[in-house]
Design a protein around this ligand. Structure first.
Ligand SMILES: *[C@@H]1O[C@H](CO)[C@@H](O)[C@H](O)[C@H]1NC(C)=O
Ligand SMILES: *[C@@H]1O[C@H](CO)[C@@H](O)[C@H](O)[C@H]1NC(C)=O
Ligand SMILES: *[C@@H]1O[C@H](CO)[C@@H](O)[C@H](O)[C@H]1NC(C)=O
Ligand SMILES: *[C@@H]1O[C@H](CO)[C@@H](O)[C@H](O)[C@H]1NC(C)=O
Length: 323
């Protein structure tokens, strides 16, 4: 866990529960999130034993609104700061601030491109995803995963992508479904394991910040050190953890056919001028009510665009499988 994140989050840790306080929907009374006591985590070497989470959700999890999946570069969901979070409203939006990805650990909302939204998920604001590359790696039994990485427009998402210090390019931001008992901060988030999402998958690990994002969704049992969704290296950044490079465009590769890359033609609105700051009050600016998907295939296929109807272009794959 990055030191910077510890500093930011130990201050926030006290704010998860106030007896009789505001209550986030689906949580026990007085809870606005579910967050381990970081002081205790340090003392107990990140294993809380039989400590009970007083803010454990009242409803089954992964919670609605916190379920991700990856199909292809125009059909995926990642978790991002929840524009409707009581905690984020009180501490950021109402003060004219925007949270970074790491500051919003414990308070996430799934945003999706493509027509399928898991329960409670929202479509990305228009133009929020500027590039996306998906890899399917089913080469090792028990370690199957999909991976997405790309660039995002932080203004469109109403999030703060300022680095805490030079070189902290993703600001140590990480979301995963690591359990509360292991000091996980999004323990009740997870993968949409329906047939419309990633059937049978369970874990995810995601990093984002500074206009970059990456995420893997993985089979059960892979959250451990050395697993495909290893959370022990989740502060190292996308380039190191996932061995990716950030390039333009939208494409897909299955390592079972590594020479074939499917590219997707996506029309994006121009980036707004960097001086045009959207209103940050109220907290709903991040995504609520955004009417359309981020990415729209510009092929003639229209409504059936979520399948492979986009023209497949077979080119040699350099960037994705050499690195
Ligand atoms: C967090 O843990 C520390 C050390 O065990 C304890 O002193 C402190 O009271 C705890 N804080 C909360 C809010 O429970
Ligand atoms: C973004 O984060 C930086 C660094 O923490 C901070 O100085 C700035 O005020 C934040 N901006 C907003 C709009 O929240
Ligand atoms: C999907 O996830 C739910 C909740 O974790 C679990 O009960 C169920 O067995 C999973 N289904 C599959 C096919 O993995
Ligand atoms: C595919 O996954 C396996 C198992 O996690 C891993 O050993 C291998 O390096 C991955 N391949 C690529 C190209 O990332």
């Amino acid at each position: 866990m990055a030191a910077i994140a510890l500093v930011l989050l130990s201050a926030a840790a006290q704010a998860q529960y106030f007896q009789g306080g505001e209550t986030e929907p689906g949580l026990p009374s007085g809870c606005v999130g579910s967050y381990p006591n970081i002081t205790m985590c340090r003392e107990k070497n990140w294993y809380l034993g039989d400590t009970v989470d007083i803010c454990k959700p009242l409803i089954p999890y992964p919670l609605p609104g916190q379920q991700v999946y990856i199909k292809d570069p125009i059909n995926f969901c990642i978790n991002l700061p929840n524009p409707d979070s009581i905690f984020l409203k009180n501490n950021y939006y109402s003060k004219g601030l925007r949270p970074t990805v790491v500051q919003a650990e414990g308070f996430v909302q799934a945003f999706c491109s493509g027509p399928y939204l898991p329960p409670g998920a929202k479509p990305f604001p228009v133009g929020a995803i500027r590039s996306a590359h998906v890899m399917k790696n089913f080469t090792v039994p028990g370690q199957h995963y999909y991976q997405v990485h790309g660039t995002m427009d932080c203004d469109a998402l109403n999030i703060n992508c300022t680095q805490s210090f030079p070189g902290a390019y993703d600001d140590g931001g990480q979301y995963d479904d690591g359990p509360f008992i292991s000091c996980g901060k999004e323990p009740y988030s997870g993968v949409d394991n329906s047939t419309s999402g990633n059937l049978g998958f369970k874990h995810y690990v995601e990093m984002a910040g500074n206009g970059l994002f990456c995420m893997r969704v993985c089979e059960p049992g892979t959250l451990v050190e050395g697993g495909a969704c290893d959370v022990t290296h989740d502060t190292e950044g996308c380039e190191k953890y996932m061995r990716v490079k950030f390039t333009s465009g939208f494409d897909y590769v299955d390592l079972a056919a590594p020479g074939a890359v499917t590219t997707f033609s996506v029309s994006l609105p121009p980036l707004p001028s960097p001086t045009a700051m959207p209103s940050s009050g109220g907290g709903s600016g991040g995504g609520a009510g955004a009417p359309v998907n981020t990415v729209n295939p510009s092929s003639k296929s229209g409504a059936i665009s979520r399948t492979w109807s986009c023209s497949a272009v077979f080119v040699l794959l350099f960037a994705l499988y050499i690195v």
